[in-house]
Design a protein around this ligand. Sequence first.
Ligand code: WTA
Length: 712
Amino acid sequence: MSEDVQGQAVEESESSESSEATIAVHWREEGYYPPPPKFIGQANASDPAILDRFAEANFPECFREYADLLEWDEYWHTTLDTSNPPFWKWFAGGKLNASYNCVDRHLARDRNKAALIWVPEPEDTADAVITYQELYRRVNEFAAVLQDLGLQAGDRVTLHMPMVPELPVTMLACARLGVVHSQVFAGFSGGACGGRIADSGSKFLITMDAYYRSGDLLDHKVKADEAVEAARKEGQEVEKVLVWRRFPGQYSAKTPMVEGRDVFVDELLADHRGAVVEPVSMPAEAPLFLMYTSGTTGRPKGCQHSTGGYLSYVAGTSKFYQDIHPDDTYWCMADIGWITGHSYIVYGPLALGTTSVLYEGTPNYPDAGRPWRIAERLGVNIFHTSPTAIRMLRKVGPDEPAKYDFHFKAMTTVGEPIEPEVYRWYYKFVGKGEAIITDTWWQTETGGFLGTGLPGLYAMKPGSCGPAALGIYLAILDENGDPIPKGSGKAGNIVARNPWPGIFQTIWGQPERFVSTYFAKYNKDKDSTDWHDWPYFAGDGAVQSEDGYFRILGRVDDVINVAGHRLGTKELESSALSVEEVAEAAAVPVVDDVRGRVVEMYIALKPGYSADSGVETKVKTAIETDIGKIARPKNIWIVPDMPKTRSGKIMRRVIASVSNFTDVGDITTLANPEVVDKIRDQVQSAKRAKGEEPRELSETEAHEIKTYGEQE
Ligand code: WTA
């Protein structure tokens, strides 16, 4: 399947069979870590009765408990409406406003409490502490600006903002009006942002002039010009670019403002000082935001999340899994540009009225002690981050946490599997043996956690995300849809058998793809309005051990999880293919000590071109322009030919094995087996010359490499 465009071919590919779904996995079972009694004593969920309340017999009404954490303008009449499967409607008939729930309703009691504490990257700059009262002011004033520009409920607006308090302010101002925000990670290129502007049909782009990253004040406005241009090429005109200034009143970018199109937000705000905008009462199923993610094809998927279901789900999971209490100081060290930040920096914690810490910069700037100094100074007691950040901080500063006086009660990890060895460091040195660790498995699509244990009720087990979350009935199915029993040592595809309030509603503009990618595989009757007939196919391989805990093995589609971020190989490859000289391109994962996986790109040139024509640089530039620096391959190998089957399919598992120094397996069925030795010599000697030595892979890593691309 080589098409990177929409259409028939692609849909087939996304729902295609995974020949390797059922594999035997053998690993050493890890020991358990029980939650400390001190934690259990204060936990939001410490009474096992909660498990009964969320048992299948009580579905879907059990989720009232989450929805009741919010204030509704109108109560719903149907908890789960399944009349148009699989486009589920949660809390149908209910009305509420997300901005009101995250801001206004806390004023009566907590007006002077910090809603956000923003830590700028330069360490000599003071934090910005934004109380609920001030957040209310700022959200209202910016909502007035948006309203003045003519924005209304249902309109889409693209945000391309860094980690500054203006980002949650912007999101909440949109939510106040029912305007659908689509925040694009600031590290993505202008081109990638433009594609998302066009896909969502946004007429407005909201950005910032500059922000700090690893000590530099980056010009970010330049990306807005590229984004507008890229959107125009796809037929979408951007009418206005609203530019927040990192230092209000002072422009920090070199790129000129475009007359008539670009406006400084601080200037617009001056006209709306003190404005109050009534929160618009939105139907529960009205879209709250879009969050784009990668899939099998080159076209990103705009995952559409609802207002009532989503907000209920992130409030409930923040309460029970992050164990957020009103007086906690909670820090999710992630970026709001990803789903983690939407759910667990902004909407979940603010819905609960807690204090959420926001950090602008990189975790190891200016050194690996930075996060621990922040935690010490602010008295952070709940800490949430990714395995990549933990691996990196462990690598560059294993002894740093011990130097600071901070104490976490709860820590979570998200986005990738965490290696047991890394887990143990996190537990001992960061948690100081006092904190529980909750490993949370979920996705952009799922809105909130799906696989994770209640921290006061379940022991932790390194390497496993734990059992299913409350009200989620997970299963592992084989290719025929038959359940694989727990403890069998066999892996398969993990599914959620039931809908839940946080599930995305559709892929923006691509409802058929929503059905074919996530439901077609295991649905036997497309007319059935019984949710039991619509298991949600997550696209991850997993295995369940005897104790019911799940271990996630990674994606079964063409997605590489780099530092916890999903990169579609088709997006990378089609970008490489845009370079004139390139005939073929294949992206493969390489196991990496810090980033989990990194990408290596193999390139074959068109006849008549030679490798010394700067192709490598051109490919790198193309990827940085189309996607962003985060997608830059670690290595680009220009090879004489790709190993292929007789039908012409590139054997990605063979090149992935070469890149990972593992056995290439059976190559007798290749059309050109002789090329494998050549590639191996070329690539492995070049890697050795760069000091990249072979490294032993765990069983699950080895499995991923050995079968990479086989599901196509
Ligand atoms: C992977 C991030 C193992 C998985 C919230 C999933 C994980 C993809 C875990 C979603 C975990 C996420 N253990 N793997 N705890 N959490 N993943 O959409 O492959 O950026 O499908 O959402 O990350 O990535 P996404």
